[in-house]
Write a protein that binds this ligand. Structure first.
Ligand SMILES: [Fe+2]
Length: 150
């Protein structure tokens, strides 16, 4: 059984914006879950589930990102929003092709390449502006829970 990850998350993938980094890891987790089943030759059974999860999670994540970019006054918001729209359309098209051809690897490869490039190149362009904005927000320690604390 092959349990290796399609994408191994590394510290260098972090943007330094906790909520965004957390969501990015969540997206990578869904991709890795699909990757697990593809490697077991069971990817086609989970393709529609993975697409539904990616679709919902992506919309939630993009809305979060765009709200932070707007609040931080990031000048490239419109262009970044356009990239997000492109992904939603491309993802739907690629997942449909994957289903039509009974080849879940098509969708898996698309997700891997698109997301890692977007996180490490496109998102990095706004990282400093948004990290600076977030660092000036009032802390919410009373609401926060650290996993692993007694
Ligand atoms: Fe983005």
């Amino acid at each position: 059984m092959n349990c290796s990850l399609v994408i191994q998350w590394k510290d260098v993938n972090n943007l330094g914006i906790p909520l965004i980094d957390d969501q990015h890891r969540g997206i990578v987790s869904v991709i890795n879950s699909l990757g697990f089943f593809v490697r077991q030759d069971k990817g086609e059974y989970f393709l529609t589930t993975a697409f539904a999860m990616m679709d919902c999670y992506t919309k939630l994540h993009f809305s979060t990102e765009e709200e932070l970019l707007r609040a931080a006054g990031y000048e490239g918001l419109d262009e970044h929003r356009r990239l997000h729209g492109d992904l939603i359309r491309e993802s739907f098209f690629t997942a449909s092709e994957s289903v039509r051809l009974c080849d879940p690897d098509i969708y898996l490869r698309f997700l891997k390449v698109w997301w890692m490039e977007h996180i490490n190149k496109c998102d990095r362009q706004y990282a400093t502006v948004v990290a600076d904005y977030v660092s000036r927000l009032a802390p919410c320690e009373a609401d926060c829970v650290t996993v692993g604390e007694a």
